[in-house]
Design a protein around this ligand. Structure first.
Ligand code: SF4
Length: 317
């Protein structure tokens, strides 16, 4: 990472390096979960943009957790020399099981040499109290623990439109319960959802910051094969953001995100064999470099235009 970037963005990687004195890498995992928005429990068909193969490198490869962890450790260590890792339960809904099953999976990951913690991605309406207690216990035991909640938008109308199967209220309830137990929460937001514009993105960010949050992921909406969004896109009913638009919008948002809120991610990619649009989502660097350059051009940085975290922004210890 160049120094200029480090000075402008408070990335999750930077925060972990500062905390542990060396690089800490996330290993993305598919532990074989499904999703209640696909199997009929909450909905059928899933979110209109969702094809998990597009955002989880291990999705549906069906290798064992141990194999995935070992391969992730080897690949990461080979590139960066990292010796510390966070097991990132990424694919589908990683709290959608009985707590005993979850505990066995999480324990296995934490038993892997070098793994210092967990990051658990899930839906806001699928986190039972027992699961929060389990995550809080890991945290009390000294592990690095994050709960990653997919909100995407604070607008219920948008969430209905993309068939999320939950509303903003479920996010708030789970966020508050998690932070009450001192579990840090990373909120996922999507830029470019159908029917939304810049006013929506800023209003969603306002709502999230006013509730308080510990980390954020910003994600451009990309169109991937075998989704309902792909049909809309083919009919000309949805147009993806250009790289230029995304960079400008993301920079505007990042300027308003307080420095204390860690940026876990500022773009997203999809494999070329499933990506339909936009082309630039085949790789991450065009967006990352674009955002960094835009902030540099403005002489700006994360949080430059943020209000103080006074509005409910308690930060997890
Ligand atoms: S909640 Fe997540 S895994 Fe489930 S359908 Fe939506 S994006 Fe896909």
């Amino acid at each position: 990472m160049n120094q200029d970037r480090a000075a402008r963005l408070h990335s999750f990687g930077r925060a972990m390096r500062d905390k542990y004195g060396e690089p800490v890498h996330k290993i993305a995992l598919d532990a074989g979960f499904t999703c209640p928005n696909r199997d009929g429990t909450r909905g059928i068909g899933g979110c209109t943009f969702c094809n998990n193969a597009s955002f989880s490198p291990n999705a549906r490869r069906r290798t064992s957790l141990d194999e995935q962890l070992e391969a992730g450790r080897r690949a990461t260590a080979g590139v960066s020399g990292a010796r510390k890792f966070i097991a990132y339960f990424q694919a589908y809904t990683n709290t959608y099981e009985r707590v005993e099953v979850l505990k066995a999976l999480y324990d296995r990951a934490l038993d892997t040499p070098g793994v210092i913690g967990l990051s658990v991605g899930t839906r806001p309406d699928c986190v039972a109290d027992e699961v929060l207690d389990l995550l809080a216990a890991y945290r009390r035991a000294g592990h690095e623990v994050w709960l990653e909640l997919g909100l995407q938008s604070a607008f219920d109308e948008t969430l209905r439109r993309v068939n999320r199967g939950h509303g903003y209220a479920e996010y708030v309830a789970t966020l508050r319960a998690a932070r009450e137990l001192n579990i840090p929460v990373c909120c996922h937001l999507i830029i470019g959802l159908p029917g939304e514009d810049e006013a929506h993105y800023h209003a969603t960010l306002n709502a999230v910051l006013e509730e308080g949050v510990d980390g954020l992921k910003l994600h451009p909406l990309h169109v991937v094969k075998h989704t309902r969004l792909a049909l809309d896109w083919k009919r000309g009913e949805y147009a993806a953001l250009s790289l230029f638009e995304y960079v400008r919008i993301a920079a505007d948002l990042i300027e308003r995100i307080p420095w204390e809120v860690l940026l876990h991610r500022i773009t997203a990619t999809a494999p070329r064999d499933v990506l339909l649009a936009p082309d630039w989502c085949a790789g991450k660097w065009a967006a990352i470099n674009g955002i960094e350059n835009e902030l540099a051009r403005r002489g700006s940085w994360q949080g430059r235009r943020s209000r103080a975290l006074a509005l409910g922004g308690r930060h997890c210890a």
